[in-house]
Design a protein around this ligand. Sequence first.
Ligand code: HEM
Length: 497
Amino acid sequence: MHFYEMSSRLIGDTVSKVTDNVTTVVLAASVITLILGYVSKVLLRQSSDKDLKYPPYIPSSIPFLGHAIAFGKSPIEFLENAYEKYGPVFSFTMVGSTFTYLLGSEAATLMFNSKNDDLNAEDVYSRLTTPVFGKGVAYDVPNPVFLEQKKMLKTGLNIAHFREHVKIIEAETKEYFQRWGDSGERNLFEALSELIILTASSCLHGKEIRSMLNERVAQLYADLDGGFSHAAWLLPGWLPLPSFRKRDRAHREIKNIFFKVTQKRRQSGEKVDDFLQTLIDATYKDGRPLNDSEIAGMLIGLLLAGQHTSSTTSAWMGFFMARDKSLQERCYAEQKAACGEDLPPLDYDQLKDLNLLERCLKETLRLRPPIMTMMRMARSPQTAAGYTIPVGHQVCVSPTVNHRLYDTWDKRLEFNPDRYLDDNLAAGEKFAYVPFGAGRHRCIGENFAYVQIKTIWSTLLRMYDFDLVDGYFPTINYTTMIHTPNNPVIRYKKRTQ
Ligand code: HEM
């Protein structure tokens, strides 16, 4: 789960899962508190700042819940309709909070150029990320410290390491897919999710940690990932809920594994050229090295940040290629043209020459960006499109909507990788295409994600020919904001070269 997916899960989940019986009583108490907060906010808004022009507000006849149900059912449709009716900046209420969306490139500029003290990420993300990653990293520390940590992580994501990663990922993919045999119909998303945990652990954690990744450790990761839940968003963290306990136990156990490996590495004095070593050797600007707890937190973050984002993207990419057989054949032909007729093992330089495959990935990220919404808390009044956004609004930008705005994109809903050959893509608008965000919170994993997904798909295209099952192209599951494919079963047949 990417850090910020949580903020979003609330929206789809809250409505549908409030029946969780263990939490009902506490939830009721929390809801009352939220309602009181909401009512006082509404009253305050009425009594002050009458002269300011606020963003258009989408009214709702349902108090407190507001538009949560309509949004949860079909967020893209909801936002597109609102854009048409109200323009690029508008507000609405869900579950007692007011959300202000900035749609389109120009409006999004406010978020991407803002200071973290004005539009704040910790206020919306930390509640969920800190119990999972631990203290001292990411949104638990002031943003300048997190920026330093991001810089350290970026040092480890370098070309020398990518060269090794390509080999590792190709080998993991071949081994994993052996179980698929020569032909059949299988759940592609499930397979890619399992594979990506393995490849990310090999590449980003190193050999020692990867070798410990058995079913038990995979379960620990799953329990930890389960910490990104609606309960964690809504309820106080000290409650003795089973899912909180599981999350906390998994956190402790995983950290212990990472502590042992880190200490062993430190004691051995051995200098392996991998990510763990990068973090052991890294220092803050003031010269202080990372402590073991910070290293463990960053290793957890690295794994989970790329997990859902990359597995969902790879799965959608597979379905887009299975749907368009001539495109799939062009991609296969490109493998031979760029790497050689006999398809030798992949290497990083050849991977860079796979331009069509790269454009397919880029187009998949346009139509199915895994992060549907980026969020910040307005800590000071902000201005966008002539409106004043008050303190306390959750300010949002949606890559999904920006990537398909009808006044920006030509044939906006068509999967057309060749559109990137056009010099004047999306009329040159700066934030029309933002699958990895922008500004101070921009993703550091983009290059790694490209290496990982391109290597996996090069390997798979060489192994199999893919088809939709009876023409079914997966519909979108909106219940989480990482929009996964529904019933993601694909048909495959071994290639005979
Ligand atoms: C297809 C894959 C991925 C996509 C689409 C993606 C997308 C994003 C987006 C949209 C953001 C900005 C969030 C915001 O502004 O609120 C972000 C931030 C980030 N991502 Fe990724 N990501 C991907 C893979 C990865 C991987 C593999 C890693 C680690 C190796 C990673 C690490 C991070 C980090 C550390 C941040 C910074 C968060 C911040 O500064 O607040 N991501 N990513």
